[in-house]
Design a protein around this ligand. Structure first.
Ligand code: NAP
Length: 292
């Protein structure tokens, strides 16, 4: 599989790093991005640039998508110029975006009609992990399909966990991001409260970040909130999307995620306040301003 031709769709914050890892590993690569300027930057770095997902998929053994959400995924796979219109029978299609299990099942059915097999492989790890090839892939699909793409995922990954059948990687990713989203909002509220209380910030924050609440995410986010560094690693609007998907998905099993609902509302408020394309840690900004 090391000479497999790969098509990569979506060169956002994550896709850029992942595609570069594939080039570095020597895979023949064709890239596509909706905004062509981002794809053009790859032309001199060993990749072929395609004008549509359909064109990109034309001679690929493995087609990978890393785009924003269900709508974007639908567009790159099933749009008029979508990848499934051009893909070869026998290719494996890999959806790495954080989407819904329902959409993954639709996509897998469309892939079968096109003579392909679908693997859902969303990731944990952010911009720096994508650039360093240290993502954790959460895989749903057949063991046989995963075996065929393992060498392709390897240069992008620190771990590859096979969670079960189609959609199971995507489901676990939504559970993961629900817990992350709630933590980010809790840290934002804690930060705003400590700032108002007038206690010594560095000492107070160390109690949290070095104590029981100090998850890797809370530590990272607390640093960004303190520094006011909201350059996007993970866009706030995408975390909001994930919480919305988690709420819907859990509701289908009869479960009401009360903490996710609250966090979703806080993030939505931050989008309305203009922070949607900043890092998710910017959720602290409207909390800092509230009631002032
Ligand atoms: P991003 O920087 O916002 O990039 C989004 C990508 O999706 C861009 O390539 C964008 O194209 C494309 N896109 C959006 N709408 C589209 C449409 N309708 N048709 C075609 N392409 C469309 O996002 P990202 O951070 O790379 O995230 C990508 C995915 O990974 C998301 O599902 C996200 O939830 C997930 N994820 C992100 C992180 C993270 O830390 N950033 C971590 C794990 C998982 P344009 O350039 O043309 O806008």
């Amino acid at each position: 599989m090391s000479t497999s031709h790969i098509a990569f769709l979506g060169l956002g914050i994550m896709g850029v790093g992942m595609a570069r890892r594939l080039i570095g590993a020597g895979f023949p690569l064709t890239v596509y991005n909706r905004n062509r300027d981002k794809a053009a930057a790859f032309a001199g770095s060993g990749a072929t640039v395609a004008g549509s997902p359909r064109e990109a998929a034309g001679n690929a053994d493995v087609v990978i998508s890393m785009v924003a959400d269900d709508a974007a995924s639908h567009a790159v796979w099933l749009g008029k110029q979508g990848a499934l219109a051009g893909v070869r029978r026998g290719a494996i299609i890999v959806e790495c975006s954080t989407v819904t299990p329902g959409w993954i099942h639709e996509l897998a059915a469309a892939a079968t009609v096109a003579g392909c097999e679908c693997v859902d492989a969303p990731v944990t790890g952010s911009k720096s992990a994508a650039a360093a090839g240290e993502l954790n892939f959460l895989v749903g699909g057949s063991a046989e399909a995963l075996a065929r793409i393992r060498l392709v995922l390897a240069p992008m990954s620190r771990s590859i966990v096979h969670l079960g059948g189609t959609g199971s990687g995507t489901l676990v990713k939504l559970v993961n991001n629900f817990v992350c989203g709630v933590q980010v909002v809790a840290m934002g509220e804690a930060m705003a409260w400590l700032e108002r209380a007038g206690v010594e910030q560095a000492k107070a924050l160390a109690v949290l970040t070095e104590g029981a609440p100090g998850s890797p995410l809370v530590r990272l986010i607390a640093g960004r909130m303190t520094a006011g560094d909201f350059e996007p690693n993970f866009r706030l609007r995408l975390m909001t999307k994930d919480l919305g998907y988690a709420l819907r998905e859990a509701r289908e099993t009869g479960l009401h995620l009360a903490t996710a609902k609250t966090a979703y509302g806080v993030f939505q408020h931050a989008i309305v306040a203009g922070h949607g394309d900043r890092d998710m840690s910017a959720v602290v900004e409207p909390l800092r301003a509230a009631g002032r």
